[in-house]
Write a protein that binds this ligand. Structure first.
Ligand code: FES
Ligand code: FES
Length: 151
């Protein structure tokens, strides 16, 4: 079946099968590999995107559910090809090790700062609790979110 989705501000079309996840469509059909596929069970957050402004695990959303809706991926977070403040802060704070979890953390952190511009440690930990970093560099991720908020 054919779906039409606004992704990062651009109308995109894709031919998908009924049980296909939005994550698969983004990565395998629309050349947007920023959202990562690690667990495909909603456990790790590496596939996080915004669907109509709401943070979701794209591995748990059917592609057909995104039909006629709006998706923002890590590639489009900054807008106009620029990096988002959270992306710059992750780089400056050294919050990236292997980087596999980073897109998911960045999308979740950007979503938090949109809702809570100056979050506390606890608010950051709560907001990022659905994201797992296998390299376990959590303190620097926390630092990066504070840095982005301060800027
Ligand atoms: S790949 Fe979606 S939550 Fe892990
Ligand atoms: S930086 Fe490697 S999984 Fe998080």
């Amino acid at each position: 079946m054919r779906i039409e989705v606004t992704i990062n501000g651009e109308r995109r079309e894709a031919e998908v099968w009924a049980g296909e996840s939005l994550l698969t469509t983004l990565r395998d059909r629309l050349e947007l590999p920023g959202s990562k596929n690690a667990c495909e069970q909603g456990e790790c957050g590496s596939c996080s995107v915004l669907l109509d402004g709401e943070l979701v695990c794209s591995c748990l959303v059917l592609a057909v559910q995104a039909d006629a809706h709006e998706v923002v991926t890590v590639e489009g977070l900054g807008g106009d090809g620029a990096l988002h403040a959270v992306q710059n802060a992750f780089a400056d704070a050294g919050a990236v090790q292997c980087g596999f979890c980073t897109p998911g953390f960045v999308v979740a952190a950007a979503d938090l700062l949109r809702r809570v511009p100056s979050p506390t440690d606890d608010e950051i930990r709560e907001a990022l609790s659905g994201n797992l970093c296998r390299c376990t560099g959590y303190q620097k991720i926390l630092d990066a979110v504070h840095l982005a908020a301060a800027r």
